[in-house]
Design a protein around this ligand. Structure first.
Ligand SMILES: Cc1cc2nc3c(=O)[nH]c(=O)nc-3n(C[C@H](O)[C@H](O)[C@H](O)COP(=O)(O)OP(=O)(O)OC[C@H]3O[C@@H](n4cnc5c(N)ncnc54)[C@H](O)[C@@H]3O)c2cc1C
Length: 516
């Protein structure tokens, strides 16, 4: 038998006919019977999030005998409590924002009323349930993968246990992901708080939401919940939001949050949280903070904590498998191999880039390296990422500071988004594209784009970096008019103009004088 579902954000037995019922039936079916282990596996995969699913499906597709072990919901964070629900909620919030502002911006009919918060979240749950069939236990069994539902732990360097079953392997992949880190704030545990594992389960709009942490998840959700009608206060230790981003990009997001009516308490240390209302879990909380010597507090109906991610390594008995790990998770070399040459790791449990597309890329790399004598290196991956605020911030490759740390001098080109007609027609606010090139060369090192749909446009630059395509070729590529992607062409044109030395300019001028 499989082990029963344990997940903090989920009713173990959602009501019949509900989207959550459909989802659980797909990704942790209560009637699932674990198979009998089939001798030694080519590959045992621990964890069925993106990294685990992609590894298992890819290896099985190539003919390997694969076992996949999941203790909670297949699909992992991305499907259940991460990318999918957050982007569903963000889409609803954009819709609400557009409806509210359309009269003023476009002369549209005025929108009135508070909106149906519960319906916005239920829409997300319906879509999530629908998507979940792709990650379902039955689908993976159909792909030839032995799916085990239960806790995986190592028995030794070449065997894993799930319940009473012993799975022996030639190779194993640890893909157990990460979870929300809980900061040691006095009173927080007793007061009760939300994380990404529980926030998408809200059925009622919290009137006041305090968000602790202004990283990508904190900013995305703060803005979305504000647009869905909550009074939102963000508390952040740094003096700005999105500290790891290009400072100009972070500044635009910060101003957008303020413009939406989010209250920002920056440069504060959260000292204590107390429950001031009833003891039912719905009561009021008060978040106490200090800025320098000044103390302040914020009242909230719910507190959402988003202060970073912690790798899931507990309970795996990694010592028995001779797999080294530390605070950053499972330690891997550039080929994603752990200290046990039979065991690899991929995704959030070991990667410094905690994104679904990186988990996916690492899984593909592991299949080649673990099973087919591949020599692929993680450091060769060109990694893009996006913060899905409004406007979005998309980045790929190196920031200027990374390049300098690596001893590479850079040329930087910045194009204001308002130089692009389509951006103006779309009514975009502040934004820009910034491209870093190796000094004096046509080699793109990295780029940051701030625009409403920056995530869609950044891939052109990702492809350019991956394929070694430079600005010369981008400038020679016809971009349809009017599109937002023209911002990339604008940057290439600007780069070209910068190449015109005074001597060349003089020579061209002289030629044109003669050529009349
Ligand atoms: C709110 C939020 C929004 C996000 N938005 C985006 C986004 O827009 N784009 C993006 O690219 N990324 C996003 N991410 C990050 C993305 O969700 C993760 O990078 C991705 O899920 C990592 O996949 P993974 O397979 O490494 O781990 P996970 O998805 O965490 O999967 C690990 C799986 O292992 C299982 N497991 C753990 N321990 C055991 C055990 N002992 N035995 C068996 N199973 C075990 C877990 O239950 C889990 O299902 C977001 C994350 C959050 C929290």
């Amino acid at each position: 038998m499989s082990e029963p579902l344990r997940h903090p954000g989920w009713a173990v037995d959602p009501p019949a006919g509900s989207p959550d019922r459909e989802l659980v039936d797909n990704v942790h079916p209560p009637d699932w019977t674990n198979p009998t282990p089939a001798g030694r596996y080519h590959l045992v995969v621990l964890g069925a999030g993106t990294a685990g699913l992609v590894t298992a499906a890819g290896a099985a597709g190539l003919g390997a005998k694969v076992a996949l072990v999941e203790r909670s919901l297949m699909g992992g964070d991305c499907l259940n409590v991460g990318c999918v629900p957050s982007k569903g909620v963000i889409r609803a919030a954009r819709g609400w924002h557009e409806a509210r502002t359309a009269a003023e911006r476009f002369g549209a009919p005025a929108a009135e009323g508070d909106g149906e918060f519960a319906e916005a979240l239920e829409r997300m749950r319906r879509i999530r349930a629908d998507i979940s069939s792709h990650d379902s236990a039955r689908r993976f069994a159909g792909l030839g993968v032995d799916v085990f539902l239960g806790d995986a732990r190592f028995l030794g360097p070449d065997a894993v246990a799930v319940g009473d079953a012993r799975l022996e392997f030639r190779r194993a992949v640890i893909a157990t992901g990460a979870r929300a880190a809980a900061p040691p704030i006095p009173g927080l545990e007793d007061a009760g708080y939300l994380t990404n594992e529980t926030v998408f389960d809200l059925r009622e709009r919290p009137r006041r939401l305090a968000v602790v942490g202004a990283g990508p998840i904190g900013c995305e959700l703060a803005q979305a919940f504000r647009r869905l009608g909550c009074e939102v206060t963000v508390l952040e230790m740094a003096d700005q939001v999105l500290v790891r981003e290009d400072p100009d990009a972070a500044k635009i997001v910060q101003e957008a949050l303020l413009a939406d009516g989010v209250t920002l308490e920056l440069g504060v240390a959260v000292k204590r949280v107390e429950r001031t209302g009833g003891a039912t879990g719905d009561g009021e909380r008060r978040v106490h903070f200090e800025r320098g010597r000044k103390a302040g507090s914020v009242a909230a109906d719910q507190v959402l904590v988003s202060v970073g991610r912690k790798p899931n390594v507990e309970g795996l008995d990694l010592e028995r498998a001779q797999v080294r790990h530390g605070p950053q998770g499972v330690e891997v070399d550039d080929r994603l191999r752990t200290s046990n040459p039979r065991v690899y790791a991929a995704g959030d449990v070991s990667s410094k880039y905690k994104f679904t597309h990186v988990a996916d890329a690492e899984a593909r790399l592991v299949i080649q390296n673990a099973l087919f004598l591949g020599r692929k290196k993680a450091s060769d991956l060109v990694v893009p990422w996006v913060t899905y605020t409004s406007p979005e911030v998309a980045h790929v490759g190196l920031y200027e500071k990374d390049a300098r740390e690596q001893g590479i001098e850079v040329d930087t080109i910045t194009v204001d988004l308002h130089a692009v007609d389509r951006a103006r027609l779309d009514g975009e606010g502040a934004g820009f594209l910034r491209v870093h090139l190796e000094k004096g060369k046509d080699r793109i090192l990295g780029a940051t784009l701030v625009s409403e749909h920056a995530g869609e446009t950044i891939s052109e630059l990702g492809l350019a970096i991956t394929a070694g395509v430079g600005m010369e070729e981008i400038a020679a590529t016809i971009h349809p008019y009017p599109t937002q992607a023209e911002v990339v062409k604008r940057a290439a044109d600007q780069w070209r103009r910068g190449k015109l030395t005074p001597t060349v300019q003089k020579a061209l001028g002289a030629w044109l004088k003669v050529f009349r």
